[in-house]
Design a protein around this ligand. Structure first.
Ligand code: GLC
Length: 420
C-alpha cells in the first residue's frame, strides 16, 4: 500500500501543469510582425487537434531588441510560464544556457535543414533551437513608376539614389506630395544593424567583426557606405526614417508612398493583398551592390527553443518538432512567404506557383551575410548595440562616419578586451 502511495504521489507530481490524459497546457512567446501571430495561431490549432495539448500565445513587441531584453530577464529569473520561445537567429550563443538541448529529439529531422542554419543554432555542441523560417531581405520597387519614367531597376546603391531622387521629384511635381524615394529601417535597434551591415558589406567594407573575431568596421569603405546612407535622410528618405522599423517602412510603402523599400519577404504577400495600394504595381529583387562590390543580404530568421524551466518539456519539444517540420514550413511559406530552412521546399510546385519570391530566394538566403554573433558570442548584443548607435548617430548628422567608426572601434576593443 505504501508503494502504491508513492507511485500515486509521483504520478501527481509528473502531471503537474498537464491536463487530462497527459495533455499539457503550453505557452509560446513571439513578437508580432505582419501576420506572424495569425499564422502561428492557425498552426497551433492544427497541433492542438493532433496532439490533445493546448497552446496559448504570449505576444511581444515587434522589435527583436525589445524581445531579447525581456527574454533574457525571464530566463535569468527561471520563468516557468513560458515553454517555447521564438528566438532570433543571432541569439543562440547568448541565450543557450536557458534552453534545452534538442539534438537527440530532432536527430531524425535535422538532415532536412540547411546545415548552416543548424550550425548557427548549435553552441558548444548543444542544439539550442530549431529553425522556424529563414529571412533574407529584398529591394521592393514600384514597377509602374519605373516604367512611367523610363528607369531600370537599380543594380547599385548609386543608381538607386539617382532613380529614387528623380522619381520622387517628378511625382511630387505632379502633385503627389507624399511620395518618398526610399524607405528602410533606420531606428536605433537590431534592424539597423542589418540594414547597415548590407550597405557596408556590399561596398567591400566587411562584416563589422570578421568570422575570426577581428574588429574590422573602422575602414574607409565602411565609412563611405555610411556617408552614402546619411545622404539619403531628408532627401530620398523621410527624416522620420530614423525611427522606422520594418512595419513603419511597410506602412509608407504599402500606402503607395515610396518608390523603393528594403524589407524582408513577409512584406511581399502583404503588399500584394487586396487592401494594398501597391497591389499589382511592384516587384522585388536582390538588394543593390556598392561601387565595385556585390549585393549583400543580411541573414535573418527565427527559431524555436524550449525553456530549461518549462514544466512540460516533452510536449514543448513535440510542438517545436511540429512547427519546424516540412509540412508546417510549407504552410508558412504559402501563407506568409516566410523562407523555409528545408532546401527541398524551394522546389515545391505549390510554393513556386503561389509565392514566387520564396522560390527565387533560395540563392539569396544561402549566400546571405551573417551578423557577427558567432565570433562575438555572449557579447553580440552589445557589439550590435554599439554599431547601430554609431550608425544612427551618423545618419542623424551627429558626427561624420569616419569619426564615429573610429570611436566605435575603440569602444569595441574595450568590450572585447583580450577575447570575446
Ligand atoms: C527580421 C530578421 C531578424 C532580424 C530582425 C531585425 O526579423 O529575421 O533576424 O534580427 O529582422 O529587425
Amino acid at each position: 500500500m505504501k508503494r502504491m502511495g508513492i507511485v500515486a504521489v509521483m504520478a501527481a507530481v509528473l502531471s503537474m501543469g498537464t491536463g487530462a490524459a497527459g495533455a499539457a497546457d503550453l505557452s509560446i512567446v513571439l513578437g508580432s510582425i505582419g501576420k506572424d501571430v495569425e499564422e502561428m495561431r492557425g498552426q497551433l490549432d492544427k497541433f492542438q487537434a493532433a496532439s490533445g495539448h493546448t497552446v496559448s500565445i504570449v505576444t511581444m513587441p515587434a522589435s527583436t531588441t525589445d524581445q531579447f531584453g525581456q527574454y533574457r530577464l525571464w530566463l535569468s529569473a527561471g520563468n516557468k510560464d513560458v515553454d517555447v520561445y521564438r528566438t532570433d537567429v543571432i541569439w543562440a550563443p547568448q541565450l543557450a544556457a536557458g534552453f534545452v538541448d534538442l539534438t537527440a529529439a530532432m536527430q531524425d529531422v535535422l538532415p532536412q535543414h540547411s546545415p548552416a542554419i543548424i550550425q548557427s543554432q548549435t553552441v558548444d555542441g548543444k542544439l539550442v533551437a530549431m529553425p522556424l523560417y529563414a529571412d533574407a531581405p529584398a529591394l521592393y520597387y514600384r514597377k509602374d513608376l519605373l516604367e512611367k519614367y523610363g528607369k531600370s531597376v537599380p543594380k547599385t546603391w548609386t543608381e538607386l539614389t539617382a532613380t529614387a531622387q528623380e522619381v520622387q521629384d517628378k511625382e511630387r511635381a505632379a502633385g503627389n506630395a507624399q511620395m518618398n524615394g526610399f524607405v528602410f529601417q533606420g531606428a536605433a535597434y537590431e534592424g539597423l544593424t542589418c540594414d547597415a551591415l548590407e550597405w557596408v558589406a556590399s561596398s567591400g567594407g566587411g562584416q563589422i567583426v570578421s568570422p575570426e573575431g577581428e574588429i574590422t568596421i573602422n575602414n574607409p569603405k565602411a565609412a563611405a557606405a555610411l556617408d552614402m546612407a546619411k545622404g539619403w535622410v531628408g532627401t530620398i528618405a523621410p527624416a522620420g526614417v530614423l525611427g522606422y522599423m520594418e512595419e513603419e517602412s511597410r506602412g509608407v510603402w504599402q500606402t503607395g508612398n515610396a518608390v523603393f523599400m528594403r524589407n524582408w519577404p513577409y512584406a511581399y504577400p502583404l503588399s500584394a493583398s487586396d487592401d494594398s495600394a501597391v497591389k499589382g504595381k511592384f516587384d522585388a529583387v536582390p538588394l543593390p551592390a556598392g561601387e565595385g562590390g556585390q549585393s549583400a543580404a543580411c541573414l535573418g530568421g527565427w527559431n524555436l527553443a524550449v525553456s530549461q524551466y518549462s514544466e512540460n518539456k516533452d510536449a514543448a519539444i513535440e510542438l517545436v518538432k511540429f512547427l519546424s517540420s516540412a509540412e508546417s514550413q510549407k504552410a508558412r511559406a504559402l501563407g506568409t512567404a516566410r523562407l523555409p530552412t528545408i532546401p527541398a521546399l524551394y522546389d515545391d510546385a505549390e510554393i513556386k506557383a503561389q509565392q514566387p519570391l520564396v522560390a527565387q530566394w533560395k540563392g539569396v538566403f544561402e549566400n546571405a551575410t551573417p551578423r557577427p554573433s558567432a565570433p562575438t558570442k555572449a557579447k553580440y548584443n552589445e557589439v550590435s548595440q554599439q554599431f547601430w548607435t554609431a550608425v544612427n548617430k551618423t545618419l542623424s548628422g551627429q558626427g561624420d562616419a569616419a569619426t564615429n567608426l573610429d570611436a566605435l572601434e575603440k569602444q569595441m576593443r574595450r568590450l572585447k578586451r583580450s577575447d570575446w
